[in-house]
Design a protein around this ligand. Structure first.
Ligand code: PMV
Length: 314
């Protein structure tokens, strides 16, 4: 047992980090191409306190999140030579089932909370790097786009491992989000793409490169708020994801029905196989698009985007 030293102004601290939605560029980002991700206003909360116990304590609704919290504590303590035990309690505005990135938000929020608790000043870049290392250790794969969104918030142009993290636009994007009802298995789909990549390298490279062109065009269009063009690029991105073999009939149906109802464009968001699709819509068409998605059995998730990154909660 280690004496509790007064290390900072806090004995207990609560922080939160946002979830995310991939706007364009999933899978290609794993191969070094860029993507665009937006942080959503559904947040994950982490409360941290120093405890007088031998062991750290994690109170979290799901096992997966507790692994990320435990690993983050271990890494923080090792880096900053901390001996005290801590209790981490998590809760969230969203279910881990919808694919908004609860594990990365827990990781980022845990590092931020511990840094405040122990009076260690760490930059957002350092929080990103430490969190990405935890993510790679547990999952062995991933670009880190979700960690960037949880750390910095906003809408970001992002390249794997944080080679580029560039905020694009400080305004809300007019999105509609539909949940497919199926929890996606991200590692499975990342491996599936990797296997196909090995078998059909030149064809896959052509698709991934084509996705990266769409991302570059969307980056330019987002900066001037040309949502009509961004929508068209999203639909093209969805079609390329279909060619990669990661979409499903349900997601395809939700996407086509959204565009038929007047969305500027739509696509699946994330690894594929399930989770959410997003549509870009004008206010006048929003209700129609939402209805159309619901008619295919999709569930509308009310999220706003361009949310603030990791922050202290009162
Ligand atoms: O399934 P999600 O929402 O975690 O998104 C995965 C996105 C990938 O590009 C397939 C993987 C990654 O880490 O970038």
């Amino acid at each position: 047992m280690w004496p509790i030293t007064t290390i900072s102004n806090y004995m207990k601290i609560k922080v939160s980090a946002p979830g995310k939605l991939m706007l364009l560029g999933e899978h290609a980002v794993v191969y070094g191409y860029p993507c665009i991700v937006t942080a959503v206003d559904k947040r994950l909360y982490v409360q941290a306190e120093i405890i007088n116990e031998e062991e750290d304590e994690i109170i979290t609704p799901q096992v997966k999140e507790s692994r990320f919290a435990l690993e983050s504590i271990a890494k923080f303590k090792e880096n900053y030579k901390i001996k005290n035990s801590v209790r981490i309690t998590t809760n969230g505005d969203f279910s881990h089932n919808v694919g908004l990135g609860s594990s990365s938000a827990v990781t980022v929020a845990t590092f931020k909370a511990l840094s405040l608790l122990f009076g260690v000043s760490i930059s957002d870049r350092k929080i990103f790097d430490l969190s990405y290392a935890v993510n790679l250790k547990i999952q062995g794969l991933g670009s880190g786009f979700d960690i960037a969104a949880a750390t910095y918030g906003q809408t970001l142009y992002f390249i794997r491992a944080g080679k580029a993290i560039e905020p694009l636009n400080n305004e809300l994007l007019p999105i509609v989000v539909g949940y497919s009802g199926i929890k996606a298995d991200t590692p499975y789909y990342v491996r599936k793409v990797a296997e196909t990549f090995k078998a059909k390298k030149s064809e896959m490279e052509r698709i991934l490169k084509a996705i990266s062109y769409l991302v570059e065009q969307a980056k330019t269009s987002l900066k001037v708020k040309d949502f009509k063009t961004v929508g068209r690029l999203m639909t093209e991105n969805h079609n390329l994801l279909k060619n990669l073999g990661v979409s499903t009939d349900k997601l395809d149906k939700m996407v086509t029905t959204a565009t038929s109802a007047g969305a500027w464009g739509a696509k699946l968001s994330g690894a594929g196989g399930g989770d959410c699709m997003i549509a870009l819509v004008s206010e006048g068409r929003r209700r129609l698009v939402e209805k159309a998605i619901e008619n295919t059995g999709g569930e509308i998730i009310n999220v706003s985007n361009n949310a603030e990154g990791v922050r202290i909660e009162k």
